[in-house]
Design a binder for this molecule. Structure first.
Ligand code: SAH
Ligand code: SF4
Length: 345
């Protein structure tokens, strides 16, 4: 079996000269090449041996689908037939963002989320996490969506709960931020968690400048517990206290993601309850519920006027609020819509 390119070491017999190792790394992690054939500066024999012994991108593209707004969703197969999804999307200010998966499925059981309905199939490895970035960067450059040296953002908002696979995610962050590898600024990387509070400090201790987003979705314990089982372990008061402490220590503003669900968490008691989080540490990101392609779920998205009212009420209280606009929802590539349909087949 081939080794991951991450396992190529300086003392490998292939590395004949001192600069070779970095030359190969640059070709892969800074130029986003997915195979060795294009490294024209390497002797042919060396390229062939690399090809035989190492794999750069352990993902097989099964399908891709592009929405009118250019959002493109990929379905990849991993070595053991497991499939995951990743998305390239463009934010309002034309920034390219890669939404990547950290697990196939998720065991956190949030009621509103398609990935949650799958349960956990398995954790992804570091090399599978990184491969998504390599693939999406290669795709974006080849399709002239970004220039070869243009920056992009990474959000761990695809399938899975990143803090439930912390070791592999931290290893991936090491390669994503390290100057010899991708060298992406931590401020361009967001980890989104459903609120595994005990895993935040172990993450930030090593990556203090990484952006943190916490899926809150309600500031009322009874309601949050109904839709997010993790609330039993980490209730609202603890979330507010721990996150405020974390802000005090690391100084990075924390985004509170709030999936707005019609007639459930979008009324006066809901915006008033959010006062618990009235602190300069927080910024609220409203995500109007994305339907999951059936009539029942369509009813869960609030009307435009309800969405606007909720945002205005929060602004009046004094919150900084942003709204996540739909990206590629007609191709089921939006928040909470990622799903591997063949899971049980
Ligand atoms: N497990 C992590 C990251 C993946 S989910 C987390 O929960 O934060 C990414 C975001 O999609 C989360 O903020 C989640 O609340 C949101 N989401 C899930 N299902 C959704 C849906 N049906 N509509 C809108 N957003 C949804
Ligand atoms: Fe998992 Fe996040 Fe979906 Fe909850 S919202 S089930 S934590 S992927």
């Amino acid at each position: 079996m081939k080794l991951s390119i991450l396992e190529l070491q300086n003392n490998h017999p292939l590395i004949d000269k001192k600069f070779r190792h970095q030359q190969i790394r640059d070709f892969v992690f800074k130029k986003y090449n997915l195979d060795f054939t294009g490294i024209s500066t390497l002797p042919k024999k060396m390229r062939e041996r690399l090809e035989q012994e190492f794999v750069i991108c352990p993902l097989k593209e099964i399908s891709r689908i592009t929405a009118a707004d250019q959002t493109t969703k990929f379905l990849f197969q991993l070595g053991d037939q497991v499939q995951i999804e990743s998305v390239v999307l463009f934010t309002k200010n034309q920034q390219t963002t890669f939404c990547i998966s950290s697990q196939c499925g998720c065991r956190m059981g949030c009621q509103f989320c398609q990935t949650g309905k799958m349960g956990l199939v398995r954790n992804l490895t570091c090399s599978e996490i990184i491969a998504q970035v390599l693939f999406l960067a290669n795709f974006s450059i080849n399709n002239q969506l970004i220039q070869p040296d243009e920056h992009f953002n990474i959000v761990f908002m695809g399938m899975g709960e990143p803090l439930d696979n912390l070791l592999a995610v931290k290893e991936a962050l090491h390669y994503l931020t390290h100057p010899d590898f991708f060298h992406i600024a931590s401020s361009r990387i967001t980890i989104s968690t459903c609120g595994m509070l005990d895993q935040i400090e172990p993450l930030l201790k090593d990556f203090p400048k990484i952006k943190l987003a916490v899926s809150l979705n309600s500031a009322i314990d009874e309601k949050r517990e109904q839709i997010m089982p993790i609330n039993k372990k980490f209730p609202i008061k603890k979330i507010a206290a721990d996150l405020t402490k974390i802000y005090g220590k690391y100084g990075n503003r924390i985004t509170l993601e709030y999936v707005l669900i019609n007639d459930f968490n979008d009324g006066p008691e809901d915006w008033l309850a959010l006062k618990e989080f009235q602190h300069k540490a927080f910024h609220i990101n409203i995500i109007p519920f994305n339907d999951t392609n059936n009539l029942e779920s369509k009813k869960l998205r609030p009307s435009e006027s309800r969405i606007k009212r909720f945002i205005k009420e929060l602004e009046d209280i004094g919150f900084r609020v942003s709204r996540r606009y739909r990206r590629g929802s007609e191709i089921q590539a939006d928040c909470g819509q990622l799903y591997w349909k063949n899971k049980t087949s």
